[in-house]
Write a protein that binds this ligand. Sequence first.
Ligand SMILES: [Zn+2]
Length: 187
Amino acid sequence: MIVAKSFTVRLDDLFASTGEIPDTTIAIDVDPAVTYPDPQSVTLLHIASRHEFDVMTFELFRTEIEDHPGRRAQHVIESFPAVYGDVERALGVVFAKPKRVKCMPPWSRCPRCDEPIWPKAAVNMTATMQAKVLRDRPHPIWCLNCGQRFAYEDDRRIRMQDAVDPEAIAADLARTHTQPSVTVAAS
Ligand SMILES: [Zn+2]
């Protein structure tokens, strides 16, 4: 899966005079099922996307991130002090422990960047379908926008900041809203 971010890049006189607009998007290929090093790379990208780059530093940064995806986070952080600031603090963000999500599935949002974490399709499903999908496939395990890892009780239950049980609520909704259809076989 590709995660792409566009960056703010300050053009220097050379670029400004040629009228050339450089491509300011950085894209990396990630595996949403692994907990290292892909979420950490996405966090590095997310932090950097809030920084305004000059052209030369941006190209160095792009090479670092796109061409050396497995490189240790500490190396990247130390190579770009203007982007990441204090090394210990940046490492603390990159390796933050899994956190509980906001709101119950499928409306859950990332506790760090507030992005919705379930696909739009899940939001439009019926309550019973949602319960089934989230029970059978409780991923994602980390935020594709900022790299924050999410906390799970076990492999099945995502942890929420407010203690509610999505399956119980879904089951209640299904009971309340579904009229049973009865088919009587002709004898
Ligand atoms: Zn996030």
